[in-house]
Design a protein around this ligand. Sequence first.
Ligand SMILES: Nc1ncnc2c1ncn2[C@@H]1O[C@H](COP(=O)(O)OP(=O)(O)OP(=O)(O)O)[C@@H](O)[C@H]1O
Ligand SMILES: [Mg+2]
Length: 407
Amino acid sequence: MTTPRRAPGGFPVVGVIGGGQLARMLQAPAVALGVQLSVLAEADDASAALVIPSAPVGDHTDLDAVCRFAASCDVVTFDHEHVPADVLAALEADGVPLHPSPRALRLAQDKLAMRRRLAEIGVSCPRWVAAVTRADVEAFGGQVGWPIVAKTPRGGYDGKGVRVLRTPADLDTLADWLDAVGASGPLAEGILLEELVPFERELAVLVARSPSGQAAAWPVVETVQTDGICTEVLAPAPDLDPATAAEATHAALRIAGELGVTGVLAVEMFQVARAADGARSGGGRAAYLVNELAMRPHNSGHWSIDGAVTSQFEQHLRAVLDLPLGDPRPLAPWTVMANVLGGDYAEIYPAYRHVMARDPGLKVHMYGKGVRPGRKIGHVNVSGPDLSEARGRAQHAADYLQGVIDE
Ligand SMILES: Nc1ncnc2c1ncn2[C@@H]1O[C@H](COP(=O)(O)OP(=O)(O)OP(=O)(O)O)[C@@H](O)[C@H]1O
Ligand SMILES: [Mg+2]
């Protein structure tokens, strides 16, 4: 067992389980704050392992590997939601400070558990049910009207694990999932079914909460999804009426408090026409319905690296260390984030040089990941006084890096 390698001055070591781009983006603020990161990485060339000197390779499902890793850290946080419950329980029993706690994290790991808990605390959500049989699916479609959305409770990301059933005839496309219900795995407890929400747009509210209960919220943002993947974020959400913004922010802060979340919490929401629809859980009068929760820095907060006084990554570190939180206010009227997805060209360095030369105001963030079509390999941020100009510049750069534009 190793002892925590405290930095000079008694500064702590923050352990991060998982070496993806979220762990990687914690490193720049960790350097500035003077705290040390250590990451339990999937491989020695994982995104975060390339920039964090302490990056032992280990499997996050391997109890021994995770406990050994945690023993060298002062607090432990997560790059993803996939650490199994028994591993989390063992860490907790060992007295390792975990942020978020297993009790909270369980709700971000399991969409059925999340829906149940949000219903308990009266948060507005799409109508939903846990389906075990074909008849359950038919009955739910009959009740809320087709189309409906089917989700795997666990393990989904970037729209993988989300299926739309347009009509009862599409039930056959769910046969593999229905077969998996009851077996051990992501569908053990059933399939999450939701009404297909006719949303006006998607919003996200990012908040941070520290163990001592201090909380901070960034402005509500608009997120744009293409084929289930977030491609663009507009901060703040354009033309959002202040009452809805306040209500959505209040809901996110309340969720963080009620669920005891520590660190960053992202609440994904659908903005809907405000209607007296009592059928929805939570009373139904809200102008938003909560889609899902992430208890870690989130794609919807990448704009904050360049667009806010305190980025989500710095704030997450402050929160998990129970340091005073930083100012979340924006630095510019608008910041637009566009994700860079892998395209057809493996060598993107020439394109990268091009976009920088074309637009010196652009902030490019690359994750050190190999290019695979559709994989998130970086993002760009553009801030400024004019939204459509910022959008155009960010989108052009992302498209160019993806090889969509050939100038
Ligand atoms: N009930 C719904 N009604 C309408 N659209 C939905 C619904 N649920 C999900 N979607 C669409 O599918 C996208 C992905 O869904 P969701 O966020 O649940 O899945 P995910 O794969 O866990 O995503 P993430 O990448 O955020 O982890 C949403 O952003 C939204 O565009
Ligand atoms: Mg989502």
